[in-house]
Write a protein that binds this ligand. Structure first.
Ligand code: ZN
Length: 197
């Protein structure tokens, strides 16, 4: 079409979630037609985010400061930790304004299928945060999938010796559903309806 630069750009865009080859071509064309307005600001934002954003050493959230903005916020309730599979779930809960405590990002769920074991997830960090902090409740906000349920059972067993209250988000999370696709009202109901794990 128009040289290897364009092919490379479209190829990279097409690998992004939600973009196939067709929408990648449209996005590339839009940017190429307005390089000053669309392409250069995006290139700068990409480079700056890649340079500055890191996982929080405490909770696993992505932020340009460490500890992250949430962990460093003195107004958050540090006695309640909400455990999520990924940062996308944390974003969904923050958007819905339903959790005023802090978070712990596992970085996945236990999965026999994809061979993910306890050592692949950020689990030991959670146990030590519960043991060393003044934590009274751990909310397991995991998707209603087989892997989510397996992970919830595993965490409940692991946390039992610490004596902390462990709860699971309740109704509203559809079977097989992930948290970050839920609307805010459903998320709020799921968190309010949590029950002892
Ligand atoms: Zn954090």
């Amino acid at each position: 079409m128009g040289g290897p630069e364009i092919d490379r750009l479209i190829g990279l865009l097409a690998k992004l979630p939600g973009l196939g080859p067709r929408s990648a071509r449209r996005a590339a064309l839009k940017m190429l037609q307005q390089p000053e307005m669309r392409m250069l600001p995006l290139a700068t934002a990409l480079a700056e985010a890649a340079r500055a954003v890191r996982p929080c050493a405490e909770c696993g959230n992505l932020d340009s400061q460490d500890p992250c903005t949430i962990c460093a916020d003195p107004h958050r309730d540090r006695s309640v930790i909400c455990v999520v599979e990924g940062v996308g779930d944390l974003w969904a809960l923050e958007r819905a304004l339903v959790h005023r405590g802090i978070y712990h990002v596992l970085g996945g769920t236990l999965s026999a299928l994809s061979g993910l074991g306890p050592e692949d997830l950020n689990l030991s960090g959670l146990i030590s945060r519960v043991v060393t902090g003044n934590v009274t409740e751990v909310i397991l906000a995991l998707g209603a999938t087989v892997d989510g349920a397996t992970t919830a059972h595993f965490l409940t067993d692991q946390l039992r010796p610490t004596g902390v209250a462990v709860t699971r988000v309740g109704q509203g999370v559809p079977i097989g559903g992930a948290l970050d696709v839920l609307d805010d009202g459903t998320l709020a109901a799921a968190l309010r309806g949590r029950r002892s794990a």
